[in-house]
Ligand binder design. Sequence first.
Ligand code: ACO
Length: 356
Amino acid sequence: MFQPGLKNVTAVQTKLSNIDGDQGRLSYRGKEIQQLVEGYSFEEVAYFLLYEEFPDPITKEEFESKLKDYRSLPDYMERILLELPIDMEIMDVLRTLISSHHIKHGVEIEESALRLIAVIPTIISYQYRRMNHLPFLKPDKSLNHVENLIYMLNEETNHIHAKILETYLILTMEHGLNASTFAARVTISTESDLVSAITSAIGTMKGPLHGGAPSGVIELLEEIETKDNICEIIHKKLRNKERIMGFGHRVYKTIDPRAEALKYTISQLDQLPEWVELAFETELKTIEILKEVKPNQNLYTNVEYYAAAIMKALNINPMLFTAIFSSSRIVGWCAHAIEQMSNNTIFRPNAMYIGK
Ligand code: ACO
């Protein structure tokens, strides 16, 4: 049977996350994401996904301290970075530097995972600052993973901003067999290594139909500009057969629970920036229009829509969006790679020949 895009094909069994697309619910290892964002840190949820249980206080400290130790970019990687074109896209730099990460043969896969998770924020911030002609900021061990990420980008940390970003990062850590996770599993299934699997995943994440959507949302909102233009622009795009960025999802046929959680987080801010109001209004009107124009498709906002809102509220440059998404999804990629290797069958689907 031919299923384009492997739609509705179940290709793996997983204990990592359960996505209920009809009810709009998501849990990691049996725990609802709402509970995770309310009660746990980035580090704790990452540990939970990688090791199947929450760490006790001593293990937690050890885990956090390893993550801090592995943040620094080895000298040879810094030299490679400096050789790359200064205007090279951050995702391309991330793909290149991650693939250059020399993790010695024999290092356990969980340990390799920690090294990769820890170093991603450093690569992102170095290239971002380089592109903006700013000096590199060394990772700060007094800060947790998310605070350090903000600090290395903007030279200052803000507890509220770190909390909002942490919510986004936890919500996007893991999401079943999405395209980039599938790419990671396919690569590791050949008994290749974790660095190669994560390199494949980063290349896959980059595309606008996956991790590249938030920048598209910002462009959409900038084009709309004021509430009066919403209907006209959305109708025009649909007439031209364009996709409305930030809407629709392969699995969720109702509201994406991550978008709901982010919307709630952002509505807690003391002052809502004007364009967040525009995002709220655009969501309402676009859903109405999509119901009318594409009545059977159940198109609602996806996580990327509110990711864009969060990033904009935190003053994070759109050029960083997909890379920051990758800095959380890497936890899911690694957990899936570990799961794949615990019971491996190489991926090798068939192709239906339709040529001469
Ligand atoms: N705007 C307009 N129409 C849409 C949209 C959209 N955002 N999404 C789906 N549709 C329509 C398609 O045009 C198609 O309609 P048709 O049958 O009349 O031609 C129908 O819905 C089915 O489209 P598919 O691409 O088959 O649906 P699928 O479930 O595979 O699409 C996807 C999922 C790729 C996310 C899609 O909804 C999309 O392109 N959205 C915009 C990009 C986006 O926001 N991506 C981020 C996804 S979240 C993430 O990656 C973390």
